[in-house]
Write a protein that binds this ligand. Structure first.
Ligand code: ATP
Ligand code: MG
Length: 384
């Protein structure tokens, strides 16, 4: 390929890689193009795990499924592959089998001699490594090959970051859909109220029909219970489903109302303290905080057997902090996820807003949830 053809191929490669939306497709396209442009028979990409020391994913190109199956376990990043993990710089070898750092191939592994590896960095952190092997026709990879692959790796890094934000968008849409569903339910609740009122009407008819004062009193007594019950249900459900107070007045009154509702319907002493200053927060932040406090309070009522719970929401110049602390039974947050969705949903909400959630709980010594949500600088814009 002459220089112009290569340049053109590189531009096309960049477009192909960055137009993929899912992470898998980005990685597959990257290794295929890298092999094509350098004449490598095999290529692969290893994704580095959270520890930063091992590979936890390995996608390959050039090896058919049957061969791949007979090789067995995928490499975890020892030997030459490990060199690139500990030292994130391009590595070019004429014969990787004779390198002293090599650990040898497993049985059934196709022979590979010439080798070129480059790190893929996203936001200054090693995301993984791109490996090429067996240049065709047989020979070492050139300096130019290395430059090309380095460039591809940089383009792939952008696509990898994009794929991450596409996933975040999907999550955002899911949460918005949930909110819409809740709105719909709130309307249904209205209709339920209609039903309850109908029962009350029927009850009133019974009072009218009563022949004696004693009968009337008895019917009225039943009716009274029905009204009290309905009223409580409607209030509780309405608050749970759609925090209209949030829309109308903002976070602070909505949280107070939530605290009040929990206090009335349980024996809990609920303290709500807010330091929010003036000016509304972004709607998605208000909703997230409201839902998080709501779930945390529900958990305290359901699981903690606590006497007291305090909620402190404070706005700092750059972040919003929410601390929910109870003096209940506590639990083991390291015990792994059970069937509950509450804490999971909380985490998702927090992640969606680039925030953090810490749970401090000890068996028998209460639970503290601490949430931090970054606030955009300056005036809140119309959207995130
Ligand atoms: N404040 C708390 N005090 C004691 N235990 C808690 C508290 N919060 C959570 N837990 C424990 O953590 C578990 C997980 O909570 P999570 O909210 O995720 O699920 P859940 O409340 O059981 O179900 P869901 O929220 O889906 O209705 C609970 O089952 C409970 O054992
Ligand atoms: Mg829960």
């Amino acid at each position: 390929m002459d220089a112009r053809a290569r340049r053109r191929a590189l531009v096309q490669a960049g477009i192909a890689i960055t137009s993929e939306l899912s992470l898998d497709a980005v990685l597959q396209t990257l290794i295929r193009i890298a092999a094509d442009l350098t004449g490598a028979r095999y290529s692969a990409l290893g994704v580095i795990d959270a520890s930063g020391r091992e590979l936890d994913r390995f996608v390959t190109y050039g090896i058919d499924d049957a061969t791949r199956a007979t090789i067995g376990d995928l490499p975890r990043g020892r030997g030459i592959l490990g060199v690139l993990i500990t030292d994130a710089r391009p590595l070019r070898l004429d014969d990787l089998t004779t390198d002293p750092r090599a650990v040898g191939f497993p049985d059934h592994h196709p022979p590979m001699r010439s080798f070129l590896g480059v790190p893929v960095m996203t936001r200054g952190v090693a995301f993984g490594n791109l490996y090429l092997a067996e240049k065709q026709p047989a020979g070492p990879f050139s300096e130019e090959d290395q430059e090309i692959v380095t460039l591809l790796a940089a383009q792939a890094a952008v696509a990898i970051e994009n794929a991450g934000s596409v996933q975040r968008d999907a999550l955002r849409r899911a949460v918005e859909a949930q909110e819409a569903e809740r709105k719909r339910l709130a309307r249904e609740l209205h209709d339920e109220t209609g039903q309850a009122l109908t029962s009350i009407l029927l009850g009133l008819a019974a009072v009218e029909r009563a022949e004696t004062a004693a009968d009337a009193r008895a019917a009225a007594g039943e009716l009274r219970e029905l009204v009290v019950e309905t009223l409580q249900n409607v209030r509780r459900l309405a608050v749970e489903l759609r925090p209209s107070a949030l829309d109308d007045f903002g976070l602070e009154p909505a949280l107070r109302r939530l605290g009040q509702t929990v206090k009335e319907s349980s024996a809990l002493d609920v303290q709500v303290e807010t330091r929010l200053g003036s000016g509304r927060l972004l709607p998605e932040i208000e909703t997230a905080v409201y839902r998080i406090v709501q779930e945390a309070l529900t958990n305290v009522v359901k699981h903690a057997a606590a006497e007291r719970v305090s909620i402190v929401v404070a706005r700092l110049p750059e972040k919003l902090t929410v601390i929910i602390e109870d003096d209940g039974s506590g639990f083991d947050p390291g015990a792994g996820p059970g069937d509950g969705l509450g804490l999971l949903g909380m985490r998702e909400r927090v992640e969606l807003l680039d925030g953090s959630l810490a749970i401090e709980a000890h068996q028998g010594a209460g639970t503290t949830l601490a949430v931090e949500l970054p606030l955009p600088r300056g005036k809140p814009g119309p959207r995130g």
